[in-house]
Write a protein that binds this ligand. Sequence first.
Ligand code: GUN
Length: 291
Amino acid sequence: MQILDGQLVSRNIKDSLKLDVAALVAEGRKIPHLAAVLVGNNGASETYVAAKVKACSEIGFKSTLLRVEDSVTENKLLSLIQDLNNDPDVNGILVQLPLPKHISDEKVILAIDPAKDVDGFHPVNAGKLVLGSPGFVSATPHGIMLLLEYYKVETIGKAAAVVGRSNIVGRPMSILLSANNSHGNSTVTLCHSHTRNLKEICLGSDIIVAALGKPGFVKADMVKEGAVIIDVGITRVPDAGKKSGFALRGDVDFAAVSPKCSFITPVPGGVGPMTIAALMKNTFAACVNQN
Ligand code: GUN
């Protein structure tokens, strides 16, 4: 069994982007600028956004963190996004999800200029992904593909089960793995809460992507020998032994499943750092496209 080390691969990608930024500077060109919008103070969102801002500073990108009160009106948030769309210095915009209940995710995502939508959530970018046209690919599935490519994990002709059909992870992941290219061409089953024979589908799969947000859901008896396991889950569970009071748990029962696998991502240190690396790659591309 080999660990798919997201920490290591993410570091490599960020080191390479650092050189790319240095080259832009040497040519007197504009450096990438990411604007991150954080609404309220959800603990997990705070952590994710802080990691994104930190990655920008490590690489040499400019970043702006815009903190907005939980009570912000939808119109106010939409007008903030409009300002960022119109600001020629800003290349990438991300609004951290989830948003408070009184704000429509859909309206907010639609308001972002697709050319600055480095999260790849806008329907224009989601549509391009489906059609196989160049566009921004949602950072988590994009990061997973980069990880599979780095470790030369074969996908062509493989049976893949993607468990979870979210717009952010499961659905785009199913499209990427089934795309007609050298790191796709898998036969994908997209599983969800109404899937009847989930265990049998997983048992028949060479690749399982677990993205349903249920800690320890994928058990050893659902996994065949030699499978590739990608664990997207990252749930905070109470842990009195930790200073923070919580531990992070993936969607896969790592201790029981890992001995059966050919490759597996750990939690933390697998998909999480790759999401950040992919976001940084998208932001760099946005800047180059715009200048
Ligand atoms: N919430 C969970 N994952 C993500 C992500 O990739 N981007 C944003 N903006 N919000 C998220």
